[in-house]
Design a protein around this ligand. Structure first.
Ligand code: MG
Length: 374
């Protein structure tokens, strides 16, 4: 049985609908249809071969953008259910939130943004929206996936005022300084819970982080002690997992409790009330500070680890080499992007590069630059 939803949850009845009118789905809700379209998209399958922190070929057990998105969806659904919000909308947003990511994680995004600076810039959030609105080509009647307004506004986590003015309906809230649905707010924090915790886990698995280093971080130390109190004999991967699962549980529980209190205080009745109110999905102050400490630790010790930096340097070079080569000679682009390039060359190149998986980008770089004389 579907639990009764709160009056301020997003719902099919109050939805602002799709850009192109379609008959209502049978046997599933509008937001379930959004989720299904996202799962069947090409961009979603590509997430399997796109980096979070570790490049895909560095090991089979590290998170990729696909497994990351699934973890975010799991956490998001749990929170949405506890708060009597629409789980399917949260799930659709979480599964789509990283569709616009370039190869090689944040390094790839920064490199592409640098190349695109004179041409309007590149931002992965906007690109995720562009993927679902324009770039997926699967339906006869329209470009993109024609998702509901609520899923699209959730995918567009943030954007500049300049871009917001060009985006029409989904840009409005940035101009009016309003919030998106609670389902979208959940997706945002579920993302944070997922990556902080899996980066700890992957960091330890890779050997770039050590347990004794991590025990300097309050939230990790507290949960490792709790795990050892219950299971004094465990160590290694089992101890890591027992610690990380306790951290995730604490964060989800705290998020639900604090958000319930915020919703009670603000007293929204409708989704429009939610949009006008301050952000209501939030951690308690104590947990927010602990999360900030963990983030700082990961920045210093994992994201700036020399082995991660070496890969980032190569990734940056690959992305900017590819961009320069296509910009100098757009005829090197595959035919479908050449057609797009006739309208806007830099944007067509950015779309092509952003759609690449890590290994495709590496292979494409080799195809364009390796001089094989044998
Ligand atoms: Mg993410």
């Amino acid at each position: 049985m579907r639990p009764e939803l709160a009056s301020y949850a997003a719902s099919t009845e109050t939805s602002r609908g799709r850009r192109f009118k379609e008959a209502p789905p049978r046997g599933r809700s509008e937001y379930q249809r959004d989720r299904d379209r996202i799962i069947h998209s090409t961009a979603f399958r590509r997430l399997e071969y796109k980096t979070q922190v570790f490049v895909n070929h560095e090991g089979d057990l590290f998170r990729t953008r696909l497994t990351h998105s699934l973890e975010v969806a799991q956490i998001g659904r749990s929170v949405a259910r506890h708060l009597a919000l629409d789980e399917d909308l949260t799930e659709a947003i979480t599964l789509a939130h990283d569709l616009g990511h370039t190869p090689f994680g944040h390094t790839g995004q920064d490199a592409l943004n640098a190349c695109m600076k004179p041409h309007g810039g590149f931002e992965h959030n906007l690109q995720s929206l562009r993927v679902v609105d324009v770039l997926e080509q699967r339906y006869g009647a329209f470009d993109g996936l024609n998702l509901t307004f609520e899923t699209r506004e959730g995918v567009l986590k943030h954007c500049s005022l300049k871009n917001a003015r060009q985006l029409g309906d989904v840009g409005e809230r940035f101009i009016r300084k309003q919030r998106p649905s609670l389902e979208a707010q959940i997706a945002n924090l579920a993302d944070e819970i997922a990556y902080n915790n899996h980066d700890v886990d992957d960091g330890l698995r890779s050997g770039l982080l050590q347990m004794d280093q991590l025990s300097e971080v309050a939230i990790f130390r507290r949960h490792m002690r709790a795990a050892l109190k219950e299971f004094p004999h465990i160590d290694g991967r089992r101890l890591v997992h027992e610690t990380v699962r306790r951290m995730i549980d604490t964060l989800v529980t705290d998020l639900v409790r604090q958000s319930k209190a915020c919703i009670r205080d603000a007293g929204p009745q409708t989704l429009d009330d939610v949009r006008r109110a301050p952000q209501m999905i939030r951690f308690s102050e104590r947990i927010r500070l602990e999360q900030a400490e963990l983030k700082r630790f990961l920045h210093t010790n994992l994201y700036r680890h020399y082995r991660v930096c070496r890969m980032s340097t190569k990734a940056r070079r690959i992305v900017s080499d590819l961009f320069q080569a296509f910009f100098a000679e757009p005829q090197l682009l595959p035919p479908e992007f050449q057609a797009r390039a006739r309208e806007d060359t830099p944007r067509a190149i950015a779309d092509y590069i952003a759609g690449m998986t890590d290994r495709y980008a590496i292979v494409e770089h080799r195809r364009l630059f390796a001089i094989d004389v044998s």
